[in-house]
Design a protein around this ligand. Structure first.
Ligand SMILES: Nc1ncnc2c1ncn2[C@@H]1O[C@H](COP(=O)(O)OP(=O)(O)OP(=O)(O)O)[C@@H](O)[C@H]1O
Ligand SMILES: [Mg+2]
Length: 235
């Protein structure tokens, strides 16, 4: 029996919270789980994830600030029914998501898809406020909050810890911890526009050791939210 893979939307709305890093890590995780995945890049002015992944994944770019972009995006999901769809969102997409997100929300049933949101946060209040607004557009969606360790250890996310948003999230989703990667390795990864697979092949031994340490922690995080391709019948 085929499993329909979800649409994974990596959100966060805010600039620089780590959406692209999480998207790269998720793409690499799915790749290593042998789950066929395709990428939707919505950061059309700075398609950094698409540049890093285009040799390894089928990619398409859609501007989600625009109704046409949403139509293209929904059609792309339909065209790739056998694949997981990973969506890298741009900081500025918030207005478009609020305005047109219902286009997708209404179509998910017909597409036979689940939408799984990975909402990346830093330690500031507006990360949570934007999440609240997003939740109103997609009330039935499973959302996981990703505390990005780049901004500090999990116990530094006190605002989130004490928030009502966390309680709401944890009724359906999880609070996750995305590991911090050493700056030197993160900078090299991003400046080379490399995928993690390519970086794992080409980096110097020291950087590679750090990359593998980080990848193991990423694996532990994603394994909590990515359903395995195998069904009970073929295990
Ligand atoms: N977990 C992490 N470990 C190490 N560095 C990180 C991590 N998360 C983010 N960074 C650093 O922060 C920078 C910004 O992250 P990223 O580009 O993923 O953010 P973004 O949310 O996609 O930003 P934008 O809104 O501009 O698209 C990265 O280039 C990287 O240097
Ligand atoms: Mg980005």
């Amino acid at each position: 029996m085929d499993i329909t893979h979800p649409i994974y939307l990596v959100g966060g709305s805010k600039g620089g919270v780590g959406k692209s890093m999480v998207t790269l890590a998720l793409a690499h995780y799915l790749q290593r789980q042998d789950i066929h995945a395709v990428l939707v890049e919505t950061d059309t002015s700075n398609p950094d994830v698409m540049k890093a992944l285009r040799d390894e994944f089928t990619c398409a770019a859609y501007d989600l600030d625009d109704a046409d972009g949403w139509i293209g995006f929904v059609n792309f999901c339909d065209m790739h029914r056998g694949a997981a769809v990973i969506v890298n969102t741009a900081a500025r997409n918030q207005t478009g998501v609020t305005r047109y997100g219902s286009t997708l929300a209404r179509t998910l049933d017909e597409l036979g898809r689940e939408l799984v949101v990975l909402w990346v946060i830093n330690r500031q209040r507006d990360s949570l406020e934007l999440l609240h607004i997003f939740g109103q557009t997609f009330p039935d969606t499973v959302t996981h909050v990703v505390r990005n360790g780049y901004f500090g250890a999990p116990d530094k996310f006190a605002l989130y810890e004490e928030s009502q948003v966390r309680k709401t999230i944890e009724t359906k989703g999880r609070s996750l911890d995305f590991p911090d990667l050493a700056d030197r390795v993160a900078d090299e990864l991003r400046s080379q526009r490399d995928s993690i697979r390519r970086a794992a092949e080409t980096m110097h031994i020291g950087q590679r050791a750090e990359l593998f340490r980080w990848r193991e922690l990423c694996d532990a995080m994603f394994s909590k939210v990515v359903s395995s391709e195998r069904t009970p019948h073929d295990q």
